[in-house]
Design a protein around this ligand. Structure first.
Ligand code: NAP
Length: 242
């Protein structure tokens, strides 16, 4: 059975990606950190989309949890082939650098960048053995451009962009592509406190994007036909950044 793992699949962009990959015929492994109810709602949506899946709770920033929970799942499910990995789990904690506490730097780096590392290291091994894989990292406009008040988040997302390009070169020969999708302002819990009316004039599309619009880009990069696109960063931002 062909499987896709989506980290942070319980809400927002991750949920839309789970539904998209279900529509593309994947059995979806829905990761979440604490919000079990939201993860269960995503699973129901995956089933409604005509596929199947399961929820898997672990903190992507916690190496032991990743190895025990995800590693254990991989060991127990030899019949399920992880073809697609979407590293989507992420947090932000915005403050100017001059006031940033150690824990704000560490939490944002550990979840976004550390989470990418722990999960990808585990999953890429089985992809390498099977000589096929699609890895898609959800980054951000902040990681391309840098945003004031987000030095921690910009550094983490910029780090994933560089890692995307490096890993793409490591695994290209084995039919594994590694790409990133960089959203701009997308309507989710993460941006709930940002006033769309105040910012939309800056965006050529004159609105915030939807999780489904990001999921469409992720779904495209996850197709077998996207086989000659690797090490690429695809912006989904309504024209905000050039
Ligand atoms: P969201 O609505 O806040 O959802 C975050 C998701 O990540 C939830 O499913 C959450 O799980 C999960 N998560 C957080 N920390 C985790 C951890 N340590 N381990 C496992 N799962 C964890 O965020 P979103 O807006 O959909 O963002 C998704 C991704 O897109 C993030 O990487 C974000 O940086 C990126 N992004 C978002 C925007 C935007 O405008 N929204 C723009 C650019 C980039 P629980 O439900 O269990 O808490």
């Amino acid at each position: 059975m062909k499987c896709a793992l989506v980290t942070g699949g319980s809400r927002g962009i991750g949920r839309a990606v789970c539904i998209r990959l279900a529509q593309q015929g994947y059995y979806v492994l829905i990761n979440y950190k604490g919000n079990e109810e939201a993860a269960a709602a995503t699973l129901a949506a995956v089933q409604e989309a005509g596929s199947a899946g399961e929820v898997l709770g672990f903190d992507v920033a916690n190496k032991e949890q990743v190895e025990t929970v995800l590693g254990g799942w991989i060991e127990r499910n030899e019949d399920k082939i992880l073809e697609v990995l979407v590293n989507n789990a992420g947090i932000k904690d915005d403050v100017l650098l001059m006031w940033m506490k150690d824990e704000q730097w560490n939490n944002v780096l550990n979840t976004n960048l550390g989470g990418f590392f722990f999960v990808t290291r585990l999953v890429v091994n089985s992809m390498l053995r099977r000589r096929y894989g699609r890895i898609i990292n959800v980054v951000s406009l902040s990681g391309l451009k840098g945003m004031p008040g987000q030095t921690n988040y910009s550094a983490a997302k910029g780090g994933i962009i560089a890692a995307t390009k490096a890993l793409a070169q490591e695994v290209g020969k084995r039919n594994i592509t590694v790409n990133a999708v960089a959203p701009g302002f997308i309507k989710t819990d993460m941006t709930a406190e940002i006033d769309e009316n105040q910012f939309k004039a800056l965006i050529p599309a004159n609105r915030f994007g939807t999780p489904e619009e990001v999921a469409h880009a992720v779904g495209f990069l996850a197709t077998p036909e996207a086989s000659y696109i690797t090490g690429h960063v695809l912006s989904v931002n309504g024209g905000l950044y050039t």
